[in-house]
Write a new protein. Structure first.
Length: 403
């Protein structure tokens, strides 16, 4: 098997398991609350504690990937997920749940920058958008898999046993990373030049205008992305009186379009528009915003699903090119750290977005305000990417000249 295909296969499984382990507790929530007499508010604290650990670990994860290599992080990371996933099945108090979930969030977050570091080291710049897009299709498939898979385990064996069993996929992800990811990158991709090392300092990165534009755009993008993911099911249920359990196939249609969007836009970002990725992302973000407008202005369920599916096509679709642009901007010797800092900005946006959308919906009594907020965030991200376009082009031209 081709080395790059093996890497993509390993990353695909890694991302799938990462998502499954993260959301398993959500599907076990009713059983946990009933068993331990926890209130919804207490369970909400448990769910939020993961995000705290995940946010705090992005930058340290990047530093670790830069220091010891992405491959090691992607092997060891799932071992920690397995440990904390199993430990979740043993705790029985609110405080213990919070501690374990924070630590679990740290263990998952530490490994995320390593994905981009690995793609940056092992793939030529032109190939990175497609490699990331194919790997990220796991995140479009995972929501359709997670509910039935975890739900059946909880129903058959109980929530504690479910967490013990979920250790298995994490261990499989670690083994797959060990077997499929080659120990070292090719020299012409992995070794930074002397100039790279001189430029590759956090202080130098923080002085770059391109960094702040990228971080701000990524934060705004994540406001819309996580606001969309957090509120799409509730919007269908509350605005259109849809029983999501009974209408499972309808609720899953946007994820099908997310999968297709990743493949299509990943192909564009690697093929015809690989020199114009920021402009490609700008178009995708604006089209996603327009799709959200269509969704909340829809009069019928089918029109809403069409708008939400279109939004998923563009929101997910640009992720491969987004990752590739971040890699284009990052110093080779600091790829993990750069990704960790930008990802922290994105996680901040994702952390506050569902709450802000909820407050807007509660204050106005309509989802239109929440959707407008997400659309404005996408327009702001699009402006940032458009302004970033000449800076990315200049950096890529310089890199080609050095090569």
């Amino acid at each position: 098997m081709n080395g790059q295909i093996r890497i993509i296969a390993a990353l695909w499984l890694w991302m799938l398991v990462n998502y499954l382990d993260r959301v398993a507790i959500s599907f076990a929530g009713p059983a946990i609350m009933k068993s331990l007499s926890l209130s919804p508010a207490s369970f909400g604290i448990i769910l939020s504690s993961f995000s705290v650990g995940y946010l705090l670990s992005q930058i340290p994860g990047g530093l670790i990937a830069d220091r010891w290599g992405a491959r090691l992080v992607l092997i060891v990371g799932p071992l920690f997920w397995a440990f904390f996933t199993g430990l979740t099945g043993l705790v029985s108090t609110l405080a213990a749940f919070v501690v374990v979930r924070v630590l679990f969030g740290i263990s998952e977050g530490l490994a995320v920058p390593a994905i981009h570091r690995l793609v940056g080291d092992r793939f030529e710049p032109r190939e990175r958008a497609r490699a990331l897009a194919i790997g990220l299709t796991a995140l479009a498939i995972a929501p359709a898999v997670a509910g039935p898979f975890v739900g059946k385990l909880v129903a058959a064996f109980g929530w504690q046993a479910m967490f013990f069993m979920m250790m298995g996929p994490a261990l499989l992800a670690a083994l797959t990373s060990y077997l499929l990811i080659p120990p070292a990158a090719p020299d012409h991709l992995a070794a930074p030049s002397h100039d790279d090392k001189q430029a590759g300092s956090v202080r130098a990165v923080l002085r770059e205008r391109s960094f702040w534009l990228m971080a701000g755009s990524y934060c705004c993008y994540n406001i819309a992305f996580w606001g969309y993911l957090g509120w799409m099911p509730s919007y269908l249920a509350l605005a259109h009186n849809i029983d999501l359990k009974a209408a499972g196939p309808i609720a899953g249609v946007p994820y099908l379009f997310a999968f297709l969007g990743l493949l299509f836009w990943g192909w564009l970002g690697t093929g015809p528009f690989h020199h114009r990725r920021p402009q490609l992302i700008t178009c995708s973000l604006l089209l996603a915003g327009a799709s959200l407008f269509i969704a909340y202005r829809a009069d019928t369920l089918m029109q809403s699903v069409a708008g939400l599916s279109s939004a998923a096509f563009f929101l997910y679709g640009c992720q491969g090119s987004l990752g590739a642009v971040i890699l284009d901007l990052s110093p080779p010797s600091l790829r993990g750290t750069y990704i960790g800092i930008v990802s922290t900005a994105g996680q901040i946006g994702g952390l506050v977005a569902p709450g802000i959308v909820g407050l807007l919906v509660s204050a106005t009594g309509s989802f239109s305000s929440g959707f407008t907020f997400m659309a404005l965030a996408l327009c702001t991200a699009a402006v940032g990417m458009f302004v970033l376009s000449p800076l990315v082009a200049a950096k890529n031209a310089l890199a080609r000249g050095v090569a």
